[in-house]
Design a protein around this ligand. Sequence first.
Ligand code: COA
Length: 260
Amino acid sequence: MKYNNIIVQEERTLATVTINRPNKLNALNKDTIQELHDAFKSLDKDKATKVVILTGSGEKAFVAGADISEFSNFSVKKGGKLAAKGQKKLFDFIENLSTPVIAAINGFALGGGLELAMACHFRVASDNARMGLPEVSLGVIPGYGGTQRLPQLIGKGRAMEMIMTAGMIDANNALHYGLVNHVVSQEELLSTCVKLANKISNNSSVAISHAIKAVNAGFKHDSNGYAAEIEAFGACFGTADFKEGTTAFLEKRKADFPGE
Ligand code: COA
């Protein structure tokens, strides 16, 4: 597929998606959101891809937010639509993907950028990264899931403070808060994510997709996480990966998962 705002690189079981608008600090405009949707959809369908790393191009920013120039004159109706469409097309879409997505936060992750990183399954940051939800400084609130995912990840009080002050936290504070799992130098960011991705790739992709579903179910108000876990756990027993994983263990060899 041909993209204008993102770069997709595939190498064996790993795909790297890079948002590529460095002159605009990789701000998310409509076209970029659509391209990200298309890329994630096609990578999720591709059985060879076991993990996706999402990052921003350049050394300055992961994503500096939604593209402010696109919505500054929107009406109430258009504003609501912007959030609804974006959540469905990209943020909820990534969170519920069967393929694990790691955010490699290489610089500013602000507003929609932090929301995008939070929609990924987990996050690794470079030590120059700065994160925040500055929306109230623009007279608006986070609209791509930030008011929900930030308190889930760091707790309500800290989330309230970040949202109300519109301030930024540095990578070490983000680590302390649990917003990111690891902080490394910018040079080591992608290699650290690749190492994690390789570890993930050794495991059953089918079981991982069930685990993603079960974990996410616990954070939705219209579903029961424990019930979803029981269902997903049971479903694993019908998979070839389960048969291979348990047989390999009993035969004292490394599992070679068929991915089914
Ligand atoms: N939307 C649209 N354009 C953006 C953008 C955004 N969210 N963030 C940065 N840009 C653009 C700037 O307008 C500038 O474009 P220009 O060179 O054509 O004027 C370019 O990216 C570089 O940004 P600049 O502000 O000059 O860089 P800086 O180093 O001085 O500041 C930031 C960096 C991240 C502090 C600053 O860009 C910023 O505050 N961005 C907005 C963050 C935000 O509020 N995001 C939430 C949106 S809901």
